[in-house]
Design a protein around this ligand. Structure first.
Ligand code: NOJ
Length: 563
């Protein structure tokens, strides 16, 4: 495949456009880039990362004990899924106290100690802020529920039913069943987009907004670097409670499928995001959003009209590319690259099947895991890794209903098996329970831990982990990869996804073979003023000679263009 047009001119023009850098601004580096643009984020599901007290559930001391590992890997910020006091109905996404730590994870002193260990290594701690709902055991809800005139009654969404036994409207919970639960004590229904144990906060009440903004301030003062905002789409609902339109078919819970017209993505959410951002700016923090957007226009709304909302709304459209298709990735990358803010790339998290299984073909999964690292860690944007991705952890869903821990897996079985499969314990070594704990963990460790674990992979220069480390190291040192522009090249190639990242000082070509056959790509470097590309990181025998890059099956070549 030969490159058709010349791109040297494009690179030259773009390199000499005036830069928006402002070295004087606090919180920015010498070139004027905010810290979160250069940082690599890493999501930790605290139940499953490291268990220091051997009760089968991970904890903060466990996380603190792995700080050297994280630093050595190349992580700059850890996002910890909720570790606040919680009845654990939704494993922490049901918060009963926003300003404390659940005893199962430790204490506030443990949190401070962990944050200080992180800080010593230049790692920031990001918390998961569950903004849409609290637990039904939160003191605000307990009071709200106590009487129609309670101080906190209007902190949640209470409505009369349409008639006896009839909820206020047809909205269903995304976790199954009606989104309304009747409370016999006060004779009204309360609204819950998720489980009934997760009542929605009433963000139309300014007292709720004030209290929640104060929560973020409280944690910022304790040294956190920012928040991942949970389920931001769902903060507001239509006050007139119009019924949602019903679409064809039923979901895994047997409910009619609804168009979420009146219960998600209401414009009022942006006022809240602007308010949260104001507080965040006082502390040079970052806001990451769980933003399920339908297209880039919607994603743009979350950056804010004046870039005054989320710095890092996650681009989940990228995760919708479920096969190794250069054309589809090109399309998604181009779209997010044209967004009004800095892109954020995610390939796995605690709610979706791991990338190892989504892209793996069962035979070349490790090569494909490296290929995906070569992709999302070299794009223009901030990557958010998910624990275990760097060692090739696979999704291991339960095989029997009685083993399921995630409630949606029990109510939706067998169509919906829940999210246990992507939350299994981190695989540290070949010892019992993969070195996660000395007792049986809360979720079983998949048998593959003997092949995929940190200790063994650290010793193997060809492991998925060693590859991640190499790419992450390069990402932190290459100016082109840190800040450079993105230029797609060879855009008609059906097998190889290629692009050049470049700035004034450096041009780096990334070639990713998404096929199971060897590929030779003629980049026409010489026509574009370069001699060839010097390998920076490559898999196996993938290499460049003159104009041509040879890629082994699923091979990766990342090379600096040379004169
Ligand atoms: C999104 C979280 O990622 C998910 O795990 C949780 O169940 C829901 N929000 C409800 O908080």
């Amino acid at each position: 495949m030969r490159l058709k047009c010349s791109w040297i001119f494009l690179i030259a023009i773009l390199c000499f456009l005036p830069s928006s850098a402002n070295p004087q601004t606090p919180g920015k580096d010498a070139e004027g880039h905010e810290w979160w643009k250069h940082a690599v984020f890493y999501e930790i599901y605290p139940r499953s990362f490291a268990d220091s007290n051997n009760d089968g559930v991970g904890d903060l001391k466990g996380i603190a004990s792995k700080m050297d590992y994280l630093k050595d890997l190349g992580v700059d910020a850890i996002w910890i899924s909720p570790c606040f006091p919680s009845p654990q109905v939704d494993f922490g996404y049901d918060v009963s106290d926003y300003e404390n730590i659940d005893p199962m994870y430790g204490t506030l002193a443990d949190f401070d100690a962990m944050t200080s260990e992180a800080k010593k290594r230049g790692i920031r701690v990001i918390l998961d802020f569950v903004v849409n709902h609290s637990s039904d055991q939160h003191k605000w809800f307990i009071d709200s529920k106590s009487s129609r005139t309670a101080e906190h009654r209007d902190w949640y969404i209470w409505r009369d039913g349409k008639g006896p036994g009839q909820p206020p409207n047809n909205w269903t919970s995304t976790f199954g069943g009606s989104a309304w639960k009747f409370d016999p004590i006060t004779g009204q229904y309360y609204y819950h987009y998720f489980y009934a144990e997760q009542p929605d906060l009433n963000w139309r009440n300014p007292k709720v907004a004030d209290a929640m903004f104060e929560v973020t301030r409280w944690w910022y003062k304790r040294g956190v670097g920012g928040f991942r905002l949970d389920a931001v789409d769902t903060l507001f609902e239509d006050p007139k409670l119009h019924d949602n339109p019903i679409l064809a078919g039923k979901n895994a819970f047997g409910d009619p499928i609804e168009e979420n017209k009146y219960d998600t993505k209401l414009p009022e959410v942006h006022d809240v995001l602007r308010g949260l951002r104001k507080v965040t700016n006082e502390y040079n923090g970052v806001l990451i959003g769980e933003t399920w957007t339908a297209d880039i226009a919607e994603l743009n709304q979350y950056y804010g009209k004046s870039n005054d909302e989320l710095q890092l709304p996650m681009d989940f459209l990228f995760t919708t590319v479920n096969r190794l298709s250069p054309a589809e990735f090109r399309k998604q990358i181009a779209a997010v690259n044209s967004a009004s803010g800095w892109p954020t790339f995610v390939i796995s998290n605690h709610d979706i099947v791991r990338s190892y299984d989504r892209y793996g073909d069962g035979q070349h999964n490790d090569q494909i895991a490296k290929l995906m690292a070569g992709l999302y860690l070299t794009l223009r944007g901030t990557p958010i890794m998910y624990y275990g991705e760097e060692i090739g952890m696979k999704t291991t869903p339960p095989t029997r209903k009685e083993d399921v821990k995630d409630p949606i897996g029990r109510s939706g079985w067998p169509k919906e098996k829940g999210r246990d499969g992507e939350r299994t314990p981190m695989q540290w070594d070949e010892n019992a329970n993969a070195g996660f704990s000395q007792t049986a963990p809360w979720l079983p460790v998949p048998p593959t831990y003997k092949m995929h674990n940190v200790a063994d992979e650290l010793k193997d220069p060809d492991s998925v982990l060693s590859f991640y480390k190499k790419v992450l190291k390069l990402r932190h040192t290459s100016r082109a990869l840190l800040d450079g522009d993105y230029l797609p090249v060879n855009e008609n190639d059906q097998n190889v996804l290629s692009y050049v990242r470049f700035d004034k000082s450096q041009s780096v070509v990334v070639a990713l073979n998404m096929s199971g056959a060897e590929q030779k790509v003629d980049f026409g470097f010489s026509k574009n003023g370069f001699a060839s590309a010097k390998s920076l990181v490559a898999t196996g025998k993938s290499s460049a000679k003159g104009d041509v890059v040879t890629l082994e099956p699923y091979g990766v070549f990342i090379g600096e263009l040379t004169k």
